[in-house]
Design a protein around this ligand. Structure first.
Ligand SMILES: Cc1cc2nc3c(=O)[nH]c(=O)nc-3n(C[C@H](O)[C@H](O)[C@H](O)COP(=O)(O)OP(=O)(O)OC[C@H]3O[C@@H](n4cnc5c(N)ncnc54)[C@H](O)[C@@H]3O)c2cc1C
Length: 264
C-alpha cells in the first residue's frame, strides 16, 4: 500500500519544483497509476494536476504536449493525428484500457524511462525533445541515455512538425500485456529513424540500420536487410515475456513491417 504524509496541489511548475527539492521524501504524482502499485510511504505527495500542464498545443513549427496530458488525450488528439498520422495512437492503444489511459500521464511515462514503454519508442522515432524545469530542453534520446533519474519536473514534450510518415509495430502475448517488443519507424525529409523498445531495455535507435536504409532507398529487399542489421546492432535481453533470441528474430520482422508501411 502507498501512504502519504502531506499532500499538496501546486498551482505552477515553480511551486512544484520548490516543493520537490524541499524534502528528500517528496514525490511528484502524475496520474498515480504506477506509483500506487508500489508499497511505500511518501512524505510529501506533490499532485501536478493543478499545475497547468494538461495541454496539446500548436506552437508554430512544433507541437507541445504538457506533462499532465493523459495517454487518452495523446491517443485521440486530432492535432497529433494531423501531423503524425496514426502512429501515436497506435503506440498507446494497447495500454490496459481507456479508463487507465484517461488517468496515466505522458510526462510520468517519459520521465520514468520505462523499458517497456510503447509511447517512448514512438517519441524517440519522432525525434522528440523534452523540457525539464531545471534541466531545460534536451533531446529525448540524450535523456534516455542518462543513467538514473534527475530530481526535476518534466514540463512538456516537443515534437517538431515536418512531413512525417510513421508506423508503430508491436507484439504482445495478449492485447493488453506489456510488449514483447515494439518498433517505431518515421520517414521525413531528414531520412528514416528506427526506434526499438521493450528489448526489454529502454528504447534505442538502430543507428546502423538507419544509415544503411538512408543510403540505399526503401524497397522490400532493403527493408529485410535493415531488419537484420537492427537485430544485430542492439542488445536483446530475456524476461518472462520472451527470450533475447526470440526478440532478436522478432525485431527483423517488425522493423521490416514498419519500413514497408511507411513506404506505402
Ligand atoms: C497496470 C499497468 C499496465 C501498464 N501497461 C503499460 C504498457 O503495456 N505499455 C506502456 O507503455 N505503459 C504501460 N503502463 C505504464 C503507463 O503507461 C504509465 O507510464 C504509468 O502509469 C505512469 O504514468 P502515471 O501518470 O500513472 O505516473 P505516476 O504513477 O503518477 O508516476 C510515475 C513516476 O513518475 C514521476 N512523475 C510523474 N510526473 C512527473 C513529471 N511531470 N516530472 C517528473 N516526474 C514525474 C513520479 O514521481 C513517479 O516516480 C502500465 C501501467 C499500469 C499501471
Amino acid at each position: 500500500m502507498i501512504t502519504f504524509g502531506d499532500y499538496i496541489q501546486p498551482k505552477s511548475v515553480d511551486e512544484a519544483y520548490e516543493s520537490l527539492i524541499s524534502k528528500k521524501s517528496a514525490r511528484l504524482i502524475g496520474g498515480g497509476c504506477f506509483l500506487r502499485m508500489g508499497n511505500r510511504r511518501i512524505g510529501l505527495a506533490i499532485d501536478l494536476s493543478q499545475a497547468g500542464l494538461d495541454y496539446i498545443k500548436d506552437a508554430g513549427e512544433e507541437i507541445e504536449i504538457g506533462a499532465m496530458t493523459s495517454l487518452r488525450s495523446f491517443e485521440t488528439s486530432e492535432l497529433l493525428k494531423e501531423h503524425f498520422g496514426y502512429m501515436i495512437g497506435d503506440s498507446v492503444k494497447h495500454i490496459i484500457g481507456v479508463q487507465l489511459r484517461n488517468i496515466a500521464t505522458i510526462g510520468a511515462t517519459v520521465y520514468s524511462k520505462y523499458g517497456f514503454s510503447d509511447p517512448i519508442t514512438a517519441l524517440l522515432a519522432l525525434d522528440a525533445d523534452i523540457c525539464l524545469y531545471q534541466g531545460g530542453r534536451m533531446a529525448l534520446g540524450d535523456f534516455l541515455k542518462e543513467v538514473g533519474h534527475r530530481r526535476d519536473v518534466l514540463e512538456k514534450i516537443i515534437i517538431k512538425k515536418s512531413n512525417k510518415r510513421g508506423s508503430f509495430q508491436t507484439l504482445r502475448n495478449s492485447q493488453v500485456d506489456y510488449a514483447i517488443l515494439s518498433v517505431a519507424v518515421v520517414d521525413d525529409e531528414k531520412g528514416i529513424r528506427i526506434s526499438i523498445g521493450a528489448r526489454p531495455g529502454r528504447a534505442a535507435l538502430a543507428i546502423k540500420a538507419m544509415e544503411y536504409i538512408n543510403s540505399k532507398g526503401l524497397c522490400e529487399e532493403i527493408a529485410s536487410k535493415a531488419g537484420e542489421i537492427a537485430a544485430e546492432e542492439l542488445h536483446y535481453g530475456s524476461n518472462n515475456r520472451g527470450s533475447g533470441a526470440y526478440r532478436k528474430e522478432l525485431s527483423k520482422i517488425l522493423v521490416k513491417r514498419a519500413l514497408l508501411e511507411v513506404s506505402k
